[in-house]
Write a protein of this length. Structure first.
Length: 327
């Protein structure tokens, strides 16, 4: 299913430095307004012969499919801020591209036409843009996963990370197998938060932020790296939920997105033998939906923002993943 079938200064100068760097973690007023539409969660499931996107009430009832085409795989859904559309990826055009559709599955529209797999689309808080990841091949022949942004109609496509260029500037080895992925928008829509393995051992991911044009790329927080990936930034509470761990065993953490020292606020929400991934916030920031293999296969679970009251949302023999909560 993972592949869809498969930071105290004592002097004034120090304080000025901090004030200049707060934008690495702080975010202003939210650009998001609740849609007012009925609460639903979209997710991907291989419950039939293909991977399809379904929507479900947060109490686990009223499951609705958005497609019945067993020749096409759809996945990684993300609700638009107004709650009327879903961005997703599909291999309807042979390779996985970013598409949008109405929440009932109608009005499918392909937005991208890139050479390699595109994945993990997410809408900006005002609904005007979509950010996503895609594999690219650099001039040196090395492949990496980079972040792109485009208008919500597919126009104005821009690649905003470039691992090969950064590696060359830093005198590091070529950006082979580097990745920048799972981008998430800040509440005010001015920043993109993402995980990257571009530094260090090239394996452990660290959280970064950047402006929406790719400028100002820096590690999230001051002085201390925040290792983790799969972030989601609550537009309601300014908290960030993210994942730490290995490919086989990961846990979900939460921290304050408005603190210059976010690592000091980090708290582990799950602590079990299971693999817990893909956390996303409810619109009000009071709950988190996520994936877990507690019951052997992947299911969708919901818990309170403090990690309490964990309950299972899907309970079939299929692999269910990539939850997205309708705004």
């Amino acid at each position: 299913m993972s592949n869809l079938k498969p930071f105290i200064f004592a002097c004034l100068s120090g304080l000025l430095i901090i004030s200049g760097l707060l934008s690495a973690s702080c975010s202003g007023a939210t650009a998001y307004k609740p849609s007012g539409l009925p609460e639903r969660i979209a997710y991907a499931s291989d419950s039939d012969k293909s991977v399809h996107i379904y929507t479900i009430k947060s109490d686990g009832t009223d499951i609705q499919a958005t497609s019945s085409d067993n020749h096409t795989n759809d996945g990684m859904p993300a609700w638009s801020p107004d709650g009327t559309k879903i961005a997703f990826i599909s291999n309807q055009s042979d390779k996985y591209e970013v598409w949008t559709m109405n929440s009932d599955g109608s009005g499918r529209k392909r937005l991208t036409g890139l050479k390699f797999l595109s994945s993990l689309p997410r809408w900006s808080p005002d609904g005007s843009k979509v950010v996503f990841s895609s594999q690219v091949t650099a001039a040196d022949g090395n492949r990496s996963v980079e972040i792109f942004v485009m208008n919500s109609d597919g126009s104005g496509l821009q690649q905003i990370t470039d691992s090969s260029a950064l590696a060359a500037q830093a005198g590091q080895p070529a950006a082979k197998n580097y990745w920048n992925s799972v981008p998430a928008w800040s509440p005010d829509g001015s920043k993109i938060l993402f995980g990257s393995n571009r530094e260090g051992d090239g394996v452990t991911p660290v959280l970064y932020t950047m402006n929406i044009d790719g400028s100002g790329q820096r590690k999230f927080g001051l002085f201390a790296d925040v290792d983790g990936t799969q972030p989601d930034w609550s537009w309601a509470t300014n908290e960030i939920v993210f994942v730490r761990g290995s490919a086989a065993k990961a846990d979900i953490w939460v921290m304050d997105g408005g603190s210059p020292f976010p690592l000091l606020t980090a708290k582990k929400l799950t602590d079990n033998i299971d693999d817990n991934t893909g956390p996303v916030w409810s619109p009000d920031g009071k709950q988190i939906a996520f994936n877990s293999d507690t019951n052997s296969n992947k299911d969708i679970y919901i818990m309170n923002a403090d990690g309490s009251n964990v309950r299972r949302l899907t309970s079939d023999r299929a692999n269910d993943g990539f939850p997205s909560w309708r705004p």
